[in-house]
Design a protein around this ligand. Sequence first.
Ligand SMILES: *Cc1c(COP(=O)(O)O)cnc(C)c1O
Length: 467
Amino acid sequence: MRIHEAGALHGDFDFYTLRPGWLGVPDDVNALLPQLWASNVERADDGVLHIGGLSVQDLAAEFGTPAYVLDEDDFRARCRSWTEAFADADVYYAAKAFCSKAVLRAAVEEGLNVDVCTAGELAVALSAGLEPARLGLHGNNKSLAELRQAVELDLGRIVADSFTEIERLEEISASLGKRAKVMVRVNVGVEAHTHEYIATAHEDQKFGFSLAGGHAYEAARRVVAAEHLELVGLHSHIGSQIFDTAAFEVSAARVVRLQAKLQADLGVALPELDLGGGFGMAYTSQDDPQPPADIAASLGKIVAEECAAAGIDAPRLSIEPGRTLIGPAVFTLYEVGTVKPVTLSAGASRLYVSVDGGISDNIRTALYDATYSATVASRASQAAPALARVVGKHCEAGDIVVKDEFLPADIAAGDLLAVPGTGAYCRSMGSNYNHVPRPPVVAVRDGEARVILARETVDDLLRLDVG
Ligand SMILES: *Cc1c(COP(=O)(O)O)cnc(C)c1O
């Protein structure tokens, strides 16, 4: 196989023509882009990736591959950067991004509250010893058992998502002699993803009460009228992986106007306002997230201005980041099994690099066309960069982990490969497809590694197969 120097496009074996426009050919294929990696990850002088002083080779030897590796101090620092930026607000960690006892406990130790959306996530929070008052419950179809448990426990807030649910909550609260704290989830008609948002006409989805259709107003009115419910505020969540605060500003302005109307009509001053999560993180060189302080400043300003214009007191803000807290704190460590150059009809080629995991540990690429980055972790290479696609071991052509990345052309079986930014929605969306057991999560802190979620085994799977 002939390998060209970076930038060369001649010859009959071209690794470069297939790359997407945003993906530059790296000057140094061993370099780590700082925004993609947890702060305690570095490539040491011997070329090996280290986290908190531990080499990935030692981690792989002790814990096996694939494994999710969490930089715990990095996660804690991210939590603090958001609680400091939002000092006058409440920050809820969205547990669905990644839910384990150790991580929920760390979030609470750093001053956050926690959002859960099922009995399963709630069970993890409770077994981690979290106080129910610091928990919020979400979901568009909470079961009666979930609602009952939430009311019984006096959860900090239950975010109501349908008229049926408001009725059920009132019945349950009455029967238990409780007064449940309820927020009303408003569908503000703003949908935001990555660098774009659309300010109207995105009401066609399952979450929340439509603002434009008047349902949000009616839901709030019914909660206020319900004897055993306390309306603590309005809630909106407009999407995920959002980089543009303009989308939050439009949604904040809309909910504040609804709040002002409720106050004028019903005489209720709602103490809280939740603007949801969805703040973007960096997966590739094209992503450049705003610092939390800038986001806090623009959200605080728009809420203050809208409240002043409407003549109401500003409610206490809350936000619910998930991805931006845990995503960048984790990388997945794989071992390369096979490397296959595939030449396409145009004469252009890419290297298919197969690793020992795939859509069972990261379904986001297949599900959302998500972009990721990767690097050879067990050594530095002097080889030229080759356009590669990192794929898994599953029986599915869509089993792609990293769609486009430049990796050293001499990448080979036995190399360790690290994919950064896999803390959010990877383990939590993991599956056992092809009966591949889910990888462990290994937390590194103060130069020590410990398993916080054990590796699943084939025995675990067989235990459920009762014949
Ligand atoms: C998913 C979700 C979040 C967290 O979103 P991120 O993109 O992880 O920040 C917050 N709030 C609600 C209601 C959600 O559904």
